[in-house]
Design a protein around this ligand. Structure first.
Ligand code: NAI
Length: 345
């Protein structure tokens, strides 16, 4: 790293399960690249509960408040009962309203080739606000489960503006607005109506505008994913579609995500803590590395982000060094070393 380079403070949350392994590999590669980050290492998720009795400790919140920038490994969340997802709490706390999920083919020869899609998901409203309860009837405490979804005009505007501006800034040709306004007329009707209005008032002609209902969109994505370019949708639909898109481009181990708001930006691998392979040294760190490349773009070091993406392409496709989930035999560490060799070579 150049001694004159100004370092950018950033929070590092290695995460649970395979998190520590893929984070170590990512930091090794970022160091080789001379990435300009000065890390503050913090815990959350199960590691937060173990260290501080809290899945989102105050020290972690304080660090992100200072740095406004974080790289995060996967955080374990119990299903059903137990504590609330630290990921959801982080998004709410820092108002990270945009979840940006590029889906790009990294390895040729898969079921689908040459995919290059971007999904923009609303990240803090909709059915994920946690307004849920059970109604007990006749001695069954869980006789009825209820949830209330909320989408606000401003929340819709925020994510739509993000997606529309992203499309223009990145030379994208089409934005598809995904909704279910035929059935959930208010909850997703407000999203469609806001999109139509904003396009008409401010964005007309700057890109092609398309509307698709969520169920049709899910089918079209597997029939012909190349018809899409940028997709924008509400929280729950976006969560599901982003994993579908990850499946089109080689699985969760390859897919990064960014959570972006006015107060902070948090970059992450979209997969979970993979407890079935944790501690074995075989996890694929590509998703977290691709997230780190997005983080470099975000701090205006696209030059370094591009070098990292190129090294990943070379190692996967020329050196054919791949982890087990991609049919290879490399360990996490061997893969990281191959990347370092490419970056330094
Ligand atoms: P998961 O993504 O951890 O695992 C699903 C499958 O994919 C497993 O077979 C796993 O071995 C494999 N896999 C995932 N990432 C991989 C990688 N980098 N390399 C190789 N194989 C990989 O999903 P699961 O099992 O449903 O969730 C486990 C835990 O992770 C749960 O506590 C869940 O709440 C949490 N989670 C956290 C997320 C986050 O922090 N962003 C996202 C999704 C789940």
């Amino acid at each position: 790293m150049s001694t004159t380079q100004t370092l950018i403070p950033a929070t590092l949350i290695p995460g649970d399960g395979i998190g520590t392994e893929i984070t170590a590999a990512t930091i090794e590669v970022l160091d080789a690249l001379g990435a300009p980050f000065q890390w503050e290492t913090c815990v959350a998720g199960l590691a937060g509960v173990t260290a501080f009795g809290d899945p989102l400790p105050q020290a972690t919140i304080d660090s992100i408040e200072r740095t406004r920038l974080a790289l995060k490994g996967p955080l374990e969340t119990p299903s059903g009962g137990g504590y609330r997802s630290s990921n959801v709490r982080l998004r709410e706390k820092f108002k990270l309203y945009a979840n940006l999920r590029p889906g790009k083919s990294l390895i040729p020869g898969g079921r689908f080739e040459n995919i290059d899609l971007v999904l923009c998901r609303e990240n803090i409203e909709g059915l994920y606000m946690g307004y849920e309860h059970y109604v007990p009837i006749d001695g069954d405490p869980h006789a009825v489960g209820m949830a209330t979804g909320i989408n606000t005009r401003q929340g819709c505007r925020n994510i739509l503006k993000f997606a529309f501006d992203y499309a223009i800034a990145n030379g994208r040709k089409k934005v598809t607005v995904v909704h279910k306004a035929n059935i959930m007329k208010a909850l997703t009707g407000i999203f469609l109506e806001t999109a139509q209005q904003m396009y008409k008032d401010q964005y007309q002609g700057k890109f092609e505008f398309e509307e698709v209902i969520i169920d049709a969109c899910a089918m079209k994505l597997v029939m012909n994913p190349w018809q899409f370019d940028v997709l924008v949708t509400t929280n729950l639909f976006g969560d599901i579609l982003s994993d579908e898109i990850a499946g089109l481009v080689g699985g969760l181990g390859m897919t990064p995500g960014a959570n972006i708001g006015e107060q902070a930006a948090i970059f992450e691998a979209v997969h979970g803590s993979a407890p079935d392979i944790a501690g074995k040294g075989i996890a694929n760190p590509t998703a977290l590395m691709m997230a780190a490349a997005m983080m470099l773009d975000h701090v205006k070091r696209k030059d370094l982000g591009d070098r990292l993406r190129q090294a990943i392409d070379d190692v996967l496709n020329k050196d054919k060094v791949r982890t087990g989930d991609l049919g290879g035999t490399a360990t996490t560490d061997q893969y990281a070393k191959a990347l370092v060799a490419r970056i330094k070579g």
